[in-house]
Design a protein around this ligand. Sequence first.
Ligand code: NAP
Ligand code: G4F
Length: 337
Amino acid sequence: MTRTALITGITGQDGSYLAEFLLAKNYEVHGLIRRASTFNTGRLDHIYADPHTPRNRLHLHYGDLSDASALARLIAKIAPDEVYNLAAQSHVRVSFDCPEFTADIDATGTVRLLEAIRETGVRPRFYQASSSEMFGKVQEVPQKETTPFYPRSPYAAAKVYSYWITVNYRESYDLFACNGILFNHESPRRGETFVTRKITRAVAHIKAGLQDKLYLGNLDAKRDWGYAPEYVDAMWRMLQQDQPGDYVVATNETHSVREFLEVAFSHAGLDWQKYVELDPRYQRPAEVDLLIGDYSKARAQLGWEPTTRFAELARLMVDADIDLLRSHREGKARVTA
Ligand code: NAP
Ligand code: G4F
């Protein structure tokens, strides 16, 4: 029987990869999208354009995590088997500028969705996009499922609320609800203002003679960076288990922003030190210095393992941005892989 999934945040990096992943598994996929003044479905358009993809099984619905009644109507109409809550104001630096909005979407938005599920009586399995940012000022190295949280931003504080409300609905209402505590994951579809994509996009522009300088903040921060298409597989695996649970998804490697610069620029034959300048605008009032995840539980229980490692990830993103720029300059519209 065809299974039905609802993805909030389907227009984002992870949402678009998850939609493809589920369509390939024969799901009927529904996505919540926001009305915007410009097109915001760029990461999904290739699904509709490709005659070989099952585009008649992808359905987009207007709504917003701030709109509880719209969420309840949608859940009642679709009656999904699985709900993936990926929608968020996902930028940590921006959350310091917009803390109240971030709380409304990233914290209250989750309980609105859970209430829509509870009130309609539909019993989908539920995935919450929790984040390694919750570990913040880390209390243990590497971080695992039992490591205490110490959030360092309005974004991380909101995600801690969503983590616990997901656990609470599991324990209170016997909902099959899981938290994926995902460490940073990147791809050619990564938003352009996150540091990896900002760097790889700059490499392409500098190489083409279109940009002279790249302005960045803290180069010493260390992250556990993985490849986004592999991480959506872990989300799905969590909802296929006999029992719900919470899982760290990571690579168990950590690298600094400076190391990312070295790999990305040298892949294009450039010396990053000639182009990068520091700009305090990109510093955060409180920083997360070091993240590295222990994914042993995901490996043991989900059979999940990361494949794409740090240097390969940086290089594939540089290649994709060089390709994308070339296609734009040749006037060809193209979707990143
Ligand atoms: P992303 O590319 O920024 O996508 C965020 C999605 O949320 C977009 O589809 C966005 O819509 C949507 N959205 C934002 N505000 C909304 C609202 N008020 N109502 C409905 N939709 C809204 O993020 P991502 O990298 O794919 O991450 C997916 C989720 O995982 C997020 O919850 C993020 O916080 C979390 N996470 C990400 C990482 C990572 O490294 N990528 C790690 C851990 C956790 P528009 O396209 O209209 O803006
Ligand atoms: O790429 P970032 O903005 O990602 P950050 O803050 O780690 O958050 C991402 O990963 C989280 C998982 O841990 C997600 F939950 C979250 O939604 C998001 O996807 O910054 C990475 C590091 C930071 O330490 C930042 O201070 O890079 C440093 N950085 C240095 N210069 C910069 C810049 N970050 C950005 N965005 N822009 C800069 O110019």
